[in-house]
Design a protein around this ligand. Structure first.
Ligand SMILES: *Cc1c(COP(=O)(O)O)cnc(C)c1O
Length: 379
């Protein structure tokens, strides 16, 4: 089965009872047993629920994995991966990581004796010098947020495999429409399904996908033991969202390309961060590991004026000023005052999050309306 077909049919079969094409929303916590232990595969909905199973099978299928796990949020999924580790273990991670992931690593897991190194990974060869006998996990995000840095997944996987270290890739920004990290040698894929997989800004959810059965069993154990599962209603919504992932992504990419080029030619714009530009520092890697360049575009204005950036995001009418990304509607964010406000100015500026940086999640509206909106807002 090819990708577009998998988004609709992957891991799915009509419901056994009445042949309903979509799985029923099994809004139940428990299941009747004929005798103790005599059940039909489901006994309690933290452990498993049929609507969630249908979604987990879809997750596995679209990422070319064997096992999928659905969680109550992206961070709950990351939390489960970190619980594979024990005190003294080390994690090597990208330095311009999603803020919530950074907070989870440093504010929660450091307390439990896990050590983190945050490094630049734009050059994968950099990673090897940070590896010690205690390194157990490499955590990669590509493209990164909000600077659109590209990390070479295959090169990173080669290093991880050589040292027997797990490689996890946060594939939230790219989605399997653009890149499939398991095919490139990663061990674990993580998603905030809140974003492109759900695609309609109507749920919060996380996903893990793996190929290896022993690893899947350890993660299922953690999922059940820690209990951060998603409910059947949200599972249904995510499954419905995934069925149009490929057509949405196609349009996100087209509109993202148009917006990036419009901004690049605008006299008031200083830098545009979008991996599709030939002068993007890792364009060659992006071209190699991605099928297209996605709908996330960041930019800065000339003069780097904080107030001017605030005014632009306030003036936007089709783009909504909001956190999050990946929905059908276009969103704009100002990282310095929103997602990255808690990071000291000198720190955030080191990774490029300057006062005038604006991040766009380009939606699937008409391209002309999006460009007209940017035009009136930037002036
Ligand atoms: C949103 C996001 C997360 C966290 O996911 P939640 O669903 O908000 O918990 C992790 N990584 C990336 C890249 C994200 O955009």
């Amino acid at each position: 089965m090819k990708f577009n077909t998998k988004t609709i049919h992957g891991g799915q079969k009509p419901d056994a009872a009445y042949g309903s094409v979509m799985p029923p929303i099994y809004q139940t916590s428990t299941y009747a047993q004929s005798t103790p232990g005599g059940h039909k595969g489901y006994e309690y909905s933290r452990s498993a629920n049929p609507t969630r199973t249908a979604l987990e099978n879809s997750f596995a299928s679209i990422e070319n994995g064997k096992f999928g796990l659905a969680f109550s949020s992206g961070l709950a999924a990351i939390d489960a991966v970190l619980k594979l580790l024990k005190p003294g273990d080390e994690v090597i991670s990208t330095n311009d990581l999603y803020g919530g992931t950074y907070r989870l690593f440093t504010s929660i897991f450091e307390k439990f004796g896990i050590n983190f190194k945050f490094i630049g990974m734009a050059n994968a060869a950099n990673i090897e010098s940070y590896i010690t006998n205690n390194t157990k996990l490499i955590w990669v995000e590509t493209p990164t947020n909000p600077m659109m840095t590209i990390i070479d997944i295959k090169a990173t996987a080669t290093i991880a495999n050589k040292h027997n270290i797990l490689l996890a890739v946060d594939n939230t920004f790219a989605t399997p429409y653009l890149q499939r990290p398991l095919d490139l040698g990663a061990d674990i894929i993580m998603h905030s399904a809140t974003k492109y997989l759900g695609g309609h800004s109507d749920l919060v959810m996380g996903a893990l996908i793996v190929k290896d059965e022993a690893l899947a069993k350890r993660l299922y154990f953690i999922q059940n033991a820690s209990g951060a599962v998603c409910g059947p209603q949200d599972s249904f919504l995510a499954l419905r969202g995934i069925k149009t992932l490929h057509v949405r992504m196609q349009r996100h990419c087209e509109n993202g390309r148009a917006v990036a080029h419009y901004l690049a030619n605008h006299p008031k714009i200083e830098n545009v961060y979008w991996p599709g530009f030939e002068n993007h520092p890792n364009h060659a890697i992006a071209k190699n590991q991605m099928n297209d360049f996605g709908g996330m575009v960041s930019f800065t204005t000339k003069g780097n004026n904080y107030k001017e950036a605030i005014k632009i995001v306030e003036n936007l009418k089709v783009f909504t000023l909001a956190e999050s990304l990946g929905g059908v509607e276009s969103l704009a964010g100002h990282p310095a005052s929103m997602t990255h406000a808690s990071i000291p100015k000198e720190e955030r500026e080191k990774t490029g999050v300057v006062d005038s940086l604006i991040r766009l999640s380009v939606g699937i509206e008409d391209e002309d309306d999006l460009i007209a909106d940017l035009k009136q807002a930037i002036g």
